[in-house]
Design a protein around this ligand. Structure first.
Ligand SMILES: C[S@@+](CC[C@H](N)C(=O)[O-])C[C@H]1O[C@@H](n2cnc3c(N)ncnc32)[C@H](O)[C@@H]1O
Length: 246
C-alpha cells in the first residue's frame, strides 16, 4: 500500500514557525517529506537542488524523484506501523554527507512511537549546521483548532471523524474521550484502541494496521525537549510545532 500526501502549505507553515521566509541557498532536509509537497507551496523559496527528502514510503520517493529530478530522494526502510509495517525497527538514518540549515518533519512524529521519535530527533539534530533548526509537528489533544467551531478539541475532532467514517461507534468515541482526559500523551490505533502513556501496543497483523495517531500535550513536549520552543498551530493547521535550534 502506498500513501501520497494531499497536504499543501508546509513551506508557509514552517517558514512562519521559524521566522524565516528566505530558504534560498540553504540545505533543507524534509524528513518524512513524502512526494515533496513542500516544494509546491507557492511561497516556497527552497532551491530544488538543495532539497533532500527522506521517507519510509518507497513509492512516494520514486514519485517525488520523477517530479523533482534535481532534488535528492532517499528511501529509508525503517519500520512505521502504518507507512512501512515491514520495515526495519530502529534502522539508523542512511549516510548523508550534507548538513542542513533546516530539517522539517510535518505530521511524521504524529504517527511514530515515542522511543522512535526521541531516537530520530537526536539523530536529526546531529545533521544540523551551526545555527540551524529542526522543526517538527505534533498534535495537542486538548487544543481546539479544526473542531473549534463545534467546541471540539483535536482529540474529539479525530474521534468525530472516525465515527463518521464508521471505524468506531459513537459509544467507543465517548469512551476513548473520557479515558484520555488528562493524559500527557497517548496513542490511538485504528481510531478506537487507546494506549494511555504507553507504547506497549499489541501485535496487529499488517493488514490490520490502519492508523496510528500519537497525541502529546504541549507541556509534555516541553518536558521531553526542554531546549525547544513550542509554537501553536499556524496557516490553518491543527498541529503545534516543536523548534529545536542548534
Ligand atoms: C502524514 S504523512 C506527511 C507527509 C509530508 N510531510 C507532508 O506534509 O505532505 C507522513 C509521512 O511520514 C513518513 N514517515 C513515517 N514515519 C517515518 C520515519 N520514521 N522516517 C521517515 N519518514 C517517515 C510517511 O511515509 C509519510 O510519507
Amino acid at each position: 500500500m502506498t500513501f501520497t500526501s494531499t497536504r499543501f502549505g508546509q513551506f508557509t507553515y514552517f517558514s512562519t514557525q521559524l521566522g524565516d521566509t528566505n530558504w534560498s541557498g540553504k540545505n533543507i532536509l524534509d524528513f518524512g517529506g513524502n512526494v515533496g509537497n513542500i516544494l509546491r507551496d507557492p511561497n516556497s523559496t527552497i532551491d530544488p537542488e538543495r532539497y533532500w527528502c527522506l521517507d519510509v514510503d518507497q513509492d512516494s520517493i520514486e514519485q517525488g524523484k520523477a517530479t523533482f529530478p534535481s532534488s535528492h530522494w532517499l528511501f529509508y526502510n525503517r519500520f512505521s506501523f502504518f507507512f512501512n509495517p515491514t520495515g526495519v525497527r530502529s534502522l539508523p538514518l542512511p549516510p548523508m554527507d550534507e548538513t542542513f540549515t533546516y530539517i522539517v518533519a510535518f505530521s511524521v512524529f504524529t504517527n511514530t512511537c515515542e522511543t522512535d521519535m526521541l531516537e530520530l530527533v537526536d539523530d536529526l539534530r546531529s545533521k544540523l549546521t551551526t545555527g540551524g533548526a529542526l522543526a517538527f509537528t505534533f498534535i495537542d489533544p486538548y487544543y481546539m483548532t479544526w473542531g473549534a467551531p463545534l467546541g471540539r478539541n483535536n482529540l474529539q475532532w479525530r474521534l468525530d471523524l472516525e465515527t463518521e467514517r464508521q471505524h468506531i461507534t459513537a459509544a467507543q468515541a465517548n469512551d476513548v474521550d473520557e479515558r484520555a482526559q488528562d493524559a500527557k500523551w497517548f496513542i490511538l490505533v485504528n481510531g478506537g484502541d487507546l494506549y494511555l502513556e504507553t507504547e506497549d501496543v499489541r501485535m496487529y497483523a499488517p493488514d490490520e494496521q490502519r492508523t496510528f495517531h500519537v497525541f502529546h500535550t504541549s507541556d509534555y513536549m516541553r518536558s521531553l525537549f526542554p531546549n525547544a520552543i513550542i509554537r501553536p498551530p499556524v496557516n490553518n493547521e491543527m498541529q503545534h510545532c516543536c523548534v529545536i535550534r542548534n
